[in-house]
Design a protein around this ligand. Sequence first.
Ligand SMILES: NC(=O)c1ccc[n+]([C@@H]2O[C@H](COP(=O)([O-])OP(=O)(O)OC[C@H]3O[C@@H](n4cnc5c(N)ncnc54)[C@H](OP(=O)(O)O)[C@@H]3O)[C@@H](O)[C@H]2O)c1
Length: 287
Amino acid sequence: MILVSGATGGIGGEVCKLLKHAGTPFRAMCRKQEQVESFRKNGMNAVSGDFDRPETLAAAMQDCDTMFLITPPTPNQLGQETAAIDAAKRAGIKRIVKLSASDSNVRSPVPWAKTHALIDHHLRASGIDWTILKPTAFMQNFLWFKEPISKGFLPQVAGRGSVSWVDTRDVARVAVTVLIEDGHESATYFLTGPETLDMRAAATRLGDVTGKKVRYLNLPKPVFAALLRVTGNSRWMTKGLVVQFADVVAGHHDIDPTHEIERLTGTPPLDFTAFVRHHRGQFVKAE
Ligand SMILES: NC(=O)c1ccc[n+]([C@@H]2O[C@H](COP(=O)([O-])OP(=O)(O)OC[C@H]3O[C@@H](n4cnc5c(N)ncnc54)[C@H](OP(=O)(O)O)[C@@H]3O)[C@@H](O)[C@H]2O)c1
């Protein structure tokens, strides 16, 4: 039995769909009872569990041998995931597949990159078998800017820096492969899309698919930060995103494409054009 955390999120939700399709037994973990009911209505096994309430985890993890571990980037992420790993050990879980990040580094100025590195170390030292997935930045991040993109502008702060963007659907495919197959113990997989694009090239692709010119606006840091704040990001998230794009990406610190997605799943990763085509409706007219 596989326990899937983050089951209501982008990657965890896709993992549940793929596991259901494969006929593999799993249990979706959700924070709210109505989410549990919704999974059950759709024919999936589900349980309530909350990483902020470790007392809920023993019941959620009961009889599970494997866990897919994912939490969103927040100041609580280190505490949530280390508590989850400790609870998994007590519950007798034998293997954890953890979603980390390609830039994880204990000395990183990007808060979630540092947090993922600390959690990776905690997991590797836990005595539980582990597989760590390290995707680079998600193509889905472009949906944050669907409104300005639909008006012909891609606002960013990344200079000429580029990223080997990955589609979260490919990250989920890898997660399911390694959750189902043996032989991925003590492995760390760096996951990227098939190509590296800077913001100008991404804007051109967005324009090609939407049929409307999209111009990259390389904003000053305070203006980009203000834009992130008015679109609902917390102060903590805004500060982290500015450092991530203005320092790390603009400084050309992202990784080159790897071939791990095709090697592990037998199918090449989706490219940026396929991603934009899939979400064309949102980029043409923001919902
Ligand atoms: N964005 C990027 O470019 C990028 C790149 C590499 C790695 N990452 C990593 O990817 C991860 C995010 O993945 P995602 O986009 O699939 O996440 P997501 O869509 O934001 O989903 C997060 C999930 O975590 C659940 N959750 C939140 N708080 C919880 C708690 N206290 N206990 C249990 N579950 C909780 C949410 O449930 P609710 O529905 O209840 O909120 C949701 O199901 C982060 O760790 C991030 O660092 C992101």
